[in-house]
Ligand binder design. Structure first.
Ligand code: GLU
Length: 269
């Protein structure tokens, strides 16, 4: 072989191996997330939870601890994966921030009163249903508003950004004025300050508010179905299986019923 030919061959081989490296790197970039592995390596689970939603995830101002049904599920998941329920970091999410925080890798999963629906399934994967809620209305005791039918063009309804509730109420009461807040405590503070006639979200969240201030009551029953799921990154299959396994174990052992009754004050249906 002439030296020119050898030179050309070496060049081709060089370019081919560079191509191979580039292709492998691109392939890795697209590989499926493996959050389960990441949690084990890190030695802690990072759960996105609410900090302002009584019964599900509420920060106790006296202790700084975040407490609720969603929190206890996060702890049980840490116990399942790492053998220790304290190996969990609870990061605050709101209805608006939870999907972006999951997608940019700040949290491993969302356990935050999140309804499973088709629109959200385009962005995230969901666990099996772990709680069944339904949208309702909270009003001041003695309010003339007794349900959806009482809402007119003069009614101001308070809701939270990024929630299904804000979207649903526009369909169910198209005449009403909807005011959106960053989180549930802000919305509730506004209701108490008389900035709106009703607050709308899931019945279980409203029940928590009613417990915080019994001058407010739920009216009009449930007008949507809001099945809660934990959200994980798309294609994170092993992690999804682990989360669903946990739910099954909690149900089989009776722990799920115990937690439900502890937080909600009633047995699950
Ligand atoms: N479950 C509803 C939702 O996922 C309302 C509660 C919330 O805002 O988290 O949007």
């Amino acid at each position: 072989m002439g030296s020119r030919k050898r030179h050309a061959l070496r060049w081709t081989a060089g370019i081919l191996s560079l191509l191979l490296i580039a292709l492998t790197a691109a392939g890795c970039g697209e590989s499926k997330p493996d959050t389960l592995e990441a949690i084990k390596k890190r030695g802690k689970l990072i759960a996105g939870v609410k900090y302002d939603t009584k019964l599900f995830g509420l920060q106790n101002p006296a202790t700084g601890e975040v407490e609720g049904f969603d929190i206890d599920i996060a702890k049980a998941l840490a116990k399942k994966i790492l053998g220790d329920e304290t190996k969990v970091e609870l990061k605050e999410v709101t209805s608006k921030t939870r999907i972006p925080l999951l997608q940019n890798g700040d949290i491993d999963l969302i356990i935050a009163t999140m309804t499973i629906n088709e629109e959200r399934k385009k962005q995230v994967d969901f666990s099996d249903v772990y709680f069944n809620a339904g949208q309702s209305l909270l009003v001041k005791k003695g309010s003339p508003i007794q349900g959806l039918e009482s809402l007119t063009k003069d009614s101001k309804v308070l809701a939270v950004k990024g929630s299904t509730s804000a979207k649903n109420i526009r369909e169910k009461a198209p005449d009403a004025i909807v005011l959106e807040f960053e989180n549930y405590q802000d919305a509730f503070t506004a209701l108490k300050a008389g900035q709106g006639d009703a607050l709308t979200t899931d019945n279980a969240i409203l029940l928590g508010m009613q417990k915080q201030d019994p001058n407010f009551v739920l009216v009009g029953g449930n007008f949507t179905d809001e099945p809660y799921g934990m959200a994980i990154r798309k294609g994170d299959t092993e992690f999804a299986n682990t989360v669903n396994e946990l739910l099954k174990e909690l149900k089989d052992s009776g722990e799920y019923d115990r937690l439900y009754e502890f937080w909600m004050g009633v047995k699950p249906e």
